[in-house]
Design a protein around this ligand. Structure first.
Ligand code: ADP
Length: 483
């Protein structure tokens, strides 16, 4: 039994479902049909008995005219009446107290099936004869001052038995076909239901063996399994993206780290050969190496930062009154770069909250304001404007500096991408700032757009989704930080 159960546990789910449902249905049918059979059986046989009892009562009623004076002759004369009321497959006997039949009538029943018998009490008996005939015998006493005997009715139960057998057969056949149909239906249904799971398993197998780009193909009818399919595909998209990001990151990082390391190595070997004796070479090489090491340090710092922004867990945080945070960062920048003017129009961002943490908002601003300062020209103005429209809350950072050539704009958010590497290098950039900012904004479900014209300036527009857009921003500057 245990072995059988452990075999059952190892079967595919579709088989388990089909077997379980068939088993339960069989049990249900068995109980229900047994009950039904018992009830029908009792009713049919009870019906036969009460018919006989009714006949006995009719006979007694017939004799009741004679009252206590009923005698053998009266009984003999009742032959016609008894014949009339007798039913098919039935014998009626009236016997005296010595079991001698006084009168007997039979309707399509041989009289020798049973021997008549006197009985002083009311008796009901079921008898199976030697030739397998099922007989129902009812004996009821009949008594007067001149006669003592019994009314005996013998009924052939074969038609009743046949009816009951037929009912049993019908019940059994109907149950069996229902069970077979249910088993088949259960198997087909569970196979149908489990097909998507089978397909997911195959897809996972292929992903495991071949490549990460394989996806689960399913019929999207919105049920639980197609939702599972959606989630599975989404999860795979994220995993694949994250995998490629990591790969790209390692490739980019090693590529970018190679240059400063090669420069430092060059200078150090120069020093090893001649520099120790030549104070000018020593001074220059040390200075250059130190510069590269500083760059390396900042690069490593930014790389770590970038990696942190790729953390897949998403914490939804809010910044209440973002105008205050933005204004604070502008103030800090003004302290660092007193020759710059930071013009602010932030009134419309005062009463709203942005779906980004204050810390991340500051980081984004630091990157953008730092670029605005780094790539400035003579006009040292930076305009920061907040606006709320139907699309969400916007923050515009406009400078009037070097600008970005149109051909570089599509790649500006790529990691390590720098417009004119020398210009960026001179100004201390690693080409990571904008990609960090973009990632932080996307985590908040926002967008970043850039418009720029070379030697005219650049405008960066950040858009954050917000729940209730407020009124449009006023035109007048709210705050002006200038030298
Ligand atoms: P970096 O650290 O080098 O500044 P970013 O990702 O922040 O890296 O910027 C990428 C490139 O885009 C920079 O090399 C720079 O040439 C250009 N850039 C970004 N912001 C500006 C700006 N406000 N004005 C002009 N050029 C910009």
């Amino acid at each position: 039994m245990r072995k059988l159960y452990s075999h059952f546990l190892r079967l595919p789910i579709k088989w388990k479902l089909a077997i379980w449902s068939t088993f339960l249905l069989t049990l249900l049918f068995f109980l229900y049909n047994s009950l039904q059979y018992i009830v029908i059986n009792r009713w049919i046989y009870g019906q036969a008995e009460s018919q006989i009892e009714q006949t006995i009562n009719d006979i007694k009623d017939y004799y009741s005219d004679k009252g206590n004076r009923l005698n053998e002759s009266d009984i003999r004369h009742s032959h016609g009446f008894l014949k009339d009321i007798n039913e098919k497959g039935q014998i009626i006997w009236i016997v005296d107290e010595h079991s001698n039949p006084i009168v007997r009538v039979s309707n399509q029943m041989p009289l020798n099936v049973v021997k008549p018998e006197y009985s002083p009490i009311h008796k009901i008996k079921n008898v199976i004869n030697d030739d397998d005939t099922h007989l129902l015998i009812v004996r009821a006493p009949l008594k007067s001052a001149y006669f003592t005997g019994t009314i005996e009715i013998v009924r052939n139960q074969a038609p009743t038995d046949e009816l009951v057998d037929n009912i049993l057969l019908i019940l059994f056949a109907a149950s069996l076909s229902a069970i077979i149909l249910n088993g088949l239906g259960g198997y087909i249904l569970s196979r149908q239901l489990l097909m998507p799971i089978q397909s997911i398993t195959e897809t996972m197998q292929r992903i495991h063996e071949e490549d990460l780009s394989k996806r689960f193909v399913f019929y999207d009818n919105g049920d639980e399994l197609s939702r599972l399919g959606h989630i599975f595909n989404q999860m795979m998209n994220r995993l694949e993206a994250s995998f490629h990001q990591q790969k790209q990151f390692v490739e980019d990082a090693s590529h970018e780290l190679r240059t400063p390391v090669a420069i430092i190595e060059g200078h150090l070997s120069l020093l090893a050969r001649w520099g120790k004796k030549d104070p000018r070479v020593l001074e220059e090489s040390l200075e250059a190496s130190l510069e590269e090491i500083r760059r390396l340090a900042s690069l490593v710092e930014e790389l770590l930062h970038l990696n942190r922004t790729e953390d897949l867990s998403f914490k939804s945080e809010q910044t209440q009154n973002p105008a205050a945070v933005i204004s604070g960062v502008c103030h800090d920048f003004h302290s660092l770069h007193p020759d710059f003017v930071f013009e602010q129009h932030l009134a419309s961002l005062e009463d709203i909250s942005l779906p980004v943490s204050a810390e991340h908002l500051k980081q984004i601003l630091i990157i953008l304001l730092d670029n605005a300062v780094k790539y400035s020209k003579d006009d040292k103005r930076v305009v920061v404007t907040g606006k709320v429209t139907d699309e969400g809350a916007h923050l515009l950072i406009q400078d009037f500096g070097l600008g970005i050539p149109a051909e570089d704009l599509p790649r500006i958010f790529d990691r390590f991408y720098r417009v004119n590497k020398d210009r960026s290098r001179e100004r201390g950039g690693n080409g990571l700032g904008l990609s960090i900012a973009k990632r932080l904004i996307e985590r908040a479900h926002g967008t970043i757009e850039i418009t720029s014209e070379e030697n005219e300036g650049t405008t960066i527009t950040l858009t954050f989704p917000i729940e209730k857009p407020n009124a449009a921003a006023p035109e007048q500057p709210d705050n002006l930080l200038h030298p």
